[in-house]
Structures are given as structure tokens and as C-alpha cells.
Unconditional design. Structure first.
Length: 235
């Protein structure tokens, strides 16, 4: 008999800890009623909705079971700009701004808000301008929960088609491999898994170029094996 997925189990643990009923959860979060009772996995879009619905949850714990259930500090959207002394290629890490393989509610990446800390990109990611979290399994290059090193592309004529970018619109932020399609961009996942009917689980989709607010080239990623553990860097 198929068991409920570990992520769903952790969501149920969290709701029980907070004293939130399933009915209230479905009404407030916008997640389809009954999702938590099905003996199957949970979509990237629903994971993103849950993280947006409960910002106190620790995403690493939700996705992997590692670490504490709650973030070490509650989210503060009005925190002042962090004072720091720039050194070699120091970039801001927006811990509470993230991208998923599907879609996600967009959070503001204003330099004066939501910066968790500054990290030194050193010689690994020259030109990097920011770092954010990535969740989901549609991009096989990037483990769920990893930190993406990004370089903002201000001139759209400099897009290198076939490379992976983080695309931000007014509705979502996605990380995909991009291809030119005239007035639009075709966004493709690298996970080519299919359903039983041979349809792609993560099919390509189109993004109108005029809808793009910001665009970032993904330079690479870093992964922490556990809290305060070593950082593994991949380009």
C-alpha cells in the first residue's frame, strides 16, 4: 500500500503544531481541498503556495526533514538594509525570495529588503549580483533547497539562448532553460520524466517577452549538507 509522501507528512506535522485545521488550511492557502489526504506526491506549485502561506516554516526541514521545523528568525519584510563592508565579490542572499521549477508568488528583491546575509562569491561566480533559494525537481542540475548564484541581465539582447535563467514576471518566478520564440520565450525544464501516457511531467511553456520584469543568468549553485555544515559549490 502506497504511503503518504514525507513532505505531506511534514506539512501535517506543522499544521498540527500550529493548531491549524485542514479546512482552514485549504481555505486560506488556496491549495486544492483533499491534496494532503491523497497517497501521492505534492506538486512544486503547492509546495510554493504552502511556503508562502506559512513563512515561519523552515523550507529545508519541509523538503528534507533536516534542521528545525521553524526558521531561526521570523520573516521580517521591513528589515533595514544590512550594513556591511564590501570585499571581493560579496553578494546578497535573499533567503525568503525563492524560485521553483514550476511557479511561485513573486517577492520583492529590493536591496533594502529581505536580505538574510551577504555571502562571498569569491572566484567561483564572477559577476554574480544576488543569490536565492531554488526548490523543486524540474531542473535536474539543481538540488531542491540549493542556493542559486545569479547575475542580472539588463540588456535582453545579450540572452544566450539554450542557457538556464531565472525569469521573474508579475505572477511568478521560474528557473528554466530558455529558447527564443519571436515575441515570446520558450521555458524548458531539464527533467524529462513522463507520465504513463508519455506526456512530460514538466512540459515547456511560453513566456511573453513583454511580461518579463527581471532576468537573471544562473551561474551555479551551492548546497549545504546540513545547518552550519560545509558548503559544496558547483558551476
Amino acid at each position: 500500500m502506497q504511503e503518504i509522501s514525507p513532505i505531506k507528512n511534514r506539512i501535517l506535522q506543522y499544521l498540527d503544531n500550529k493548531g491549524i485545521t485542514k479546512y482552514k488550511f485549504y481555505v486560506d492557502s488556496g491549495i486544492t481541498r483533499g491534496v494532503l489526504d491523497k497517497k501521492s506526491g505534492i506538486s512544486e506549485d503547492n509546495i510554493a503556495k504552502f511556503i508562502a502561506y506559512e513563512p515561519e516554516i523552515n523550507p529545508e526541514w519541509l523538503l528534507t526533514g533536516k534542521g528545525e521545523m521553524f526558521r531561526s528568525e521570523k520573516l521580517n519584510l521591513n528589515q533595514p538594509e544590512i550594513d556591511y563592508q564590501p570585499n571581493k565579490n560579496v553578494i546578497p542572499l535573499y533567503e525568503d525570495v525563492h524560485t521553483v521549477g514550476g511557479s511561485n508568488i513573486v517577492a520583492n528583491m529590493n536591496p533594502s529588503q529581505q536580505i538574510s546575509e551577504y555571502i562571498d562569491a569569491g572566484d567561483w561566480f564572477p559577476g554574480a549580483t544576488a543569490a536565492i533559494r531554488h526548490y523543486g525537481d524540474s531542473m535536474v542540475e539543481y538540488p531542491s533547497g540549493c542556493i542559486l548564484a545569479l547575475k542580472e541581465v539588463k540588456d535582453r539582447n545579450l540572452i544566450v539562448w539554450g542557457r538556464i535563467y531565472c525569469v521573474e514576471t508579475s505572477e511568478y518566478r521560474v528557473t528554466k532553460r530558455l529558447y527564443d520564440d519571436g515575441d515570446a520565450i520558450t521555458a524548458c525544464s531539464t527533467n524529462q520524466e513522463v507520465y504513463k501516457n508519455q506526456k512530460l511531467i514538466h512540459p515547456p511553456f511560453s513566456i511573453p517577452k513583454k511580461s518579463i520584469i527581471r532576468l537573471f543568468m544562473v551561474l551555479g549553485y551551492v548546497v549545504k549538507e546540513y545547518s552550519n555544515g560545509p558548503v559544496f559549490i558547483s558551476k
